[in-house]
Design a protein around this ligand. Structure first.
Ligand code: GTP
Ligand code: MG
Length: 368
């Protein structure tokens, strides 16, 4: 063990065990800004090396925030709202100020009304029992609204340390990288990837003489869609650019499949329009509900791929939700898709077990 941390992931560097986090060769350690082997592979080959740490270890690290006098910046993935909620968040933060940051808004169509999005996000946070003192929507990747974010951070922190927290993959490290790039010109200092569990320890970034910003490891929650997809197939499921919706005119007793991973049945209502917002790599297929079972059995992992999944979740290991939609609404399959339904309808939604499905009044303009 050394007392040097890998700037990429925050783990303590060591030269003894190749299979443990923080491993680096003796010669690598002599370099100026040493990064561990795992970060090197992630950065250069997008190859993931398993680590022995798990969500429990990350939660223990996060629990230590309770003792600090700091500002908590809670990052939320706009495309995986439910998967962004840290269990026991309120207990961890105690009475500290909390700034909620809705990230990845570059994924939404440009026409999306951001203030309406923020209002809905506030309501959803409240429903989850999370109290935030302020909320802002940004894109860390595209550097959208970062000046405004920095102003809020500075006025809320009042010189105190700042902890960037959230579940895994919401974009905490990308956000810090962007802030660092804007201030120092240095690019990609911290390792980021679409693989859950990229950051392994606290990474401290000095903000001023006596103030530090910390990147923290993301908490892994079971409801995240990444649990059902191989790491190499995550690139098909998580959208990476502005989502173009695919619209279907449906009558009752029709079903849409969203890749292998989601199914929505239209059970009651008139002729209606369903707009699916999901990764550009996923295919959306329509079938009669009476044929849906056979359709899935026949096309699972073929026509319905990518991604290729290990198990036919939607026939053998699923959760089913029923919704009575009163007007234009978005059905959110966390981490997989938004399905915007134009008119009053009853729908039934099937997802791999533990994935969350919720409904909100639509945030999209121009849904027919
Ligand atoms: N489209 C889009 N993608 C983003 C944005 N911010 C982050 N991402 C992507 O989301 C994935 C996860 O980003 P990270 O910064 O590694 O997430 P993290 O929260 O640090 O993840 P852990 O370290 O695992 O907790 C990467 O593929 C990023 O490129 C954003 O604003 N927009
Ligand atoms: Mg990270």
């Amino acid at each position: 063990m050394t007392d040097i941390k890998c700037i990429g992931c925050g783990s303590v560097l060591q030269t003894n065990d190749k299979n443990k986090e923080g491993y680096i060769t003796e010669s690598g350690l002599k370099k100026d800004e040493p990064i561990c082997q795992r970060c090197y592979r992630l950065r250069h080959y997008n190859e993931v090396q398993e680590v022995s740490m798990d969500s429990g270890d990350f939660l223990t690290m996060l629990n230590s925030l309770y003792e600090t006098d700091s500002l908590i910046v809670k990052v939320i993935d706009v495309f995986d709202f439910e998967g962004s909620i840290i269990p026991s968040f309120n207990r961890i933060v105690g009475k500290k100020q909390v700034l909620a940051v809705i990230n990845k808004i570059d994924l939404l169509p440009k026409s999306t009304n951001t203030s309406r999005l923020v209002e809905r996000a506030k309501k959803m946070l409240k429903d989850e029992g999370i109290t935030a003192n302020d909320t802002i929507a940004i894109s860390a990747l595209k550097g959208k609204h970062l000046d405004e974010l920095l102003k809020k951070i500075s006025s809320m922190a009042q010189g105190k340390d700042v902890y960037i927290v959230g579940t895994t993959n919401v974009g905490k490290s990308t956000l810090i990288n962007k802030l660092l790039e804007d201030n120092t010109g240095l690019k990609h200092v911290i390792t980021t990837s679409n693989v859950p569990g990229t950051t392994l320890g606290m990474i401290d970034i000095p903000l001023g003489d006596n103030q530090t910003m910390y990147d923290t490891p993301g908490i892994v929650v079971d409801s995240q869609i990444s649990h059902f997809v191989k790491a190499s197939d995550l690139k098909f499921v998580s959208p990476t650019k502005e989502i173009k919706s695919k619209t279907f005119q449906l009558n009752i007793d029709q079903t849409l499949f969203i890749g292998n991973l989601g199914r929505i049945d239209y059970t009651e209502g008139g002729s209606n329009s369903f707009s699916v917002y999901c990764s550009q790599h996923l295919t959306v297929h329509r079938t009669k509900t009476t044929n849906a079972y056979d359709f899935y059995s026949k096309h699972f992992n073929e026509l319905l791929a990518p991604p290729t999944i290990e198990e036919d979740f939607l026939t053998s290991n699923y959760d089913e939700y029923q919704f009575d939609l009163h007007g234009a609404s978005d059905v959110l399959i966390s981490g997989l898709a938004f399905i915007s339904v134009a008119k009053k309808a009853k729908v039934s939604v099937r997802v791999p077990k533990d994935v969350n499905v919720t409904v909100r009044p639509t945030i999209f303009k121009g849904v027919q």
